[in-house]
Design a protein around this ligand. Structure first.
Ligand code: GLN
Length: 320
């Protein structure tokens, strides 16, 4: 059959029928249908007070165009979105040796589950669940004297602005992060953590407490949409192969035990955080970020997920 379906040639994604600004503005209107669903991440007390009734979205194309809508300039706690950035730095230092300490399989379990870690002898399923990111934080302590300074410098290099860390969130996570402590101790007991649990968790909690907005996150993630190079510059963040692999991990593991459903509904590599943000890429085209604080039971923002679904549906952008 010909002529009845919208075209999706590589040169015309997103749809040339709708400008990207119209597209995101339309999503900001239609997202009202799901606002009010879900609840904020109150297991981290400092995040419990965030106003759930906020939504923002931003796009950064590989040819340097920006689009934003709603609260796209409002900062939020990036939480697990930081795992992609710490992984990027760790891969650059350790190369393939990193994969001896952390696997690349989806877990099918919640982001803070301990179950597989015991069965699998302290080797986390992937670097985008908590155990995997804690392992990566340990690896970063080998790579950098001050891993947080390295992360902030990477972000500053990509956005032109050094972000802040929300110290209240850091304290809150430290006071209540019992499961993260359990994971770190379990990995330590299996000999898969080199540094002290306290030092590793300090890096992990601080990276989760970095504050960025949708516009900045879309800009930061653009290197992953551009084969590892920051658009519009000569800055190579990672090689094309590593960018491809990080995108693959985001697609298969970036939204935890909902990664299958996310691929089914949205079809883009993405990484969520319990601050309500989801950063995603359309490889070769653009990076984007949607944010709204209320989460589903899996810890993924309800409205940000829906916004990305609407984006993929209306722009015809998908990796599939
Ligand atoms: N800091 C959070 C935690 O450790 C990160 C979880 C997330 O964003 N999914 O629980």
């Amino acid at each position: 059959m010909t002529g009845t379906y919208p075209s999706r040639s590589t040169s015309r994604c997103p749809s040339d029928l709708l400008s990207l600004q119209e597209l995101v503005d339309g999503i900001a209107v239609d997202i009202a249908a799901v606002m009010g669903r879900g609840k904020v991440a109150d297991y981290i007390p400092a995040l419990a007070d965030v106003d759930a009734d906020q939504f923002g979205m931003a796009i950064h194309t590989v040819d340097g165009q920006f689009y934003g809508t709603g609260s796209s300039g409002v900062g939020f706690s990036i939480q697990s979105i930081s795992k992609v950035l710490s992984l990027t730095l760790a891969i650059e230092h350790h190369g393939d040796d990193l994969w001896n300490r952390v696997s690349v399989e989806p877990s099918g379990d919640p982001f803070n589950s301990l179950v597989q870690l015991e069965h699998e002898c302290g080797v986390p399923r992937n670097p985008l669940i908590n155990a995997g990111a804690i392992l990566v934080a340990d690896a970063l302590l080998d790579a950098h004297d001050d891993p947080i300074d390295a992360l902030l410098s990477l972000i500053e290099q990509l956005t032109g602005r050094r972000p802040s860390i929300d110290e209240e969130v850091v304290s809150s996570e430290k006071a209540t992060g019992f499961r993260n402590e359990a994971m770190a101790n379990l990995m330590k007991s299996f000999g898969n953590l080199k540094h002290s649990v306290a030092d590793v968790l300090d890096v992990y909690f601080r990276q989760c407490s970095i504050v960025l907005n949708c516009e900045e996150l879309a800009q930061v993630f653009a290197y992953l949409a551009n084969a590892g190079r920051q658009p519009g510059s000569e800055v190579v963040v990672v090689s094309p192969l590593r960018a491809r692999r990080i995108n693959a991990l985001m697609l298969t593991c970036g939204t935890y035990d909902r990664a299958g459903e996310f691929a089914f509904k949205v079809g883009l590599p993405a990484k969520s955080g319990v601050g309500g943000g989801i950063a995603a890429t359309v490889p070769g085209k653009l990076a984007l970020c949607a944010w709204s604080p209320a989460l589903s039971a899996s810890g993924n923002s309800v409205a940000a997920t829906e916004a990305l679904r609407l984006f993929a549906e209306r722009s015809l952008c998908s990796v599939f």
